[in-house]
Design a protein around this ligand. Sequence first.
Ligand code: SF4
Length: 189
Amino acid sequence: MGCNCNKNKNNVNTPAPAQEPTPPQPEPTFRKDNIVKEGALKEKLTMMQSFASAITSRGFNNEKVTIPMKQLRVISCFGNKEQGGVLPPCEHLKQSTTPGKFYCGGCGCGDRQGTWLLADDTQYGKLDYPRLNCPLQMPGFSNYEKSKPDESEPPITRRFYIEQLPYPEIEKIKVSTNEPPINKEQPKK
Ligand code: SF4
């Protein structure tokens, strides 16, 4: 009896062998980002200088950071898990006692309306300042510094991860550069 093992060799109707599913990529692990503390007096001065510089950058016309910069700041502080990514929020992000508001616990500015990172539509949030420093020098901030070579070694830094993101991933972050309150007063005739 002949062998039939090659009988259907050239039969185009033979279903293609099922493809092996691609194994899921392991999620990156992120290292803890510590803020380097300086001497208490120097730290206070740096904080005050930094905040003064942010306020000045607002100018008389309520100038605001550009949308792409704000998107980078938002991803630096809040991560991108809400947009389907794997980056957790910054470990220094703090929830305000006011529901729905967040502030940076790393810069020592405390929890008040002026320090909330994101504001309501008619307000000016901290992430809106054209010039703004981050204690971790993260992307989008004025004192941003590129990651060092060792930051790419697992566990990687959040900063390195953001630097590798393709721009469409950054664009997914919904932000507005809120307009200042509109002066509804009509000019007197
Ligand atoms: S400003 Fe910097 S340190 Fe503060 S929450 Fe945002 S990323 Fe973290």
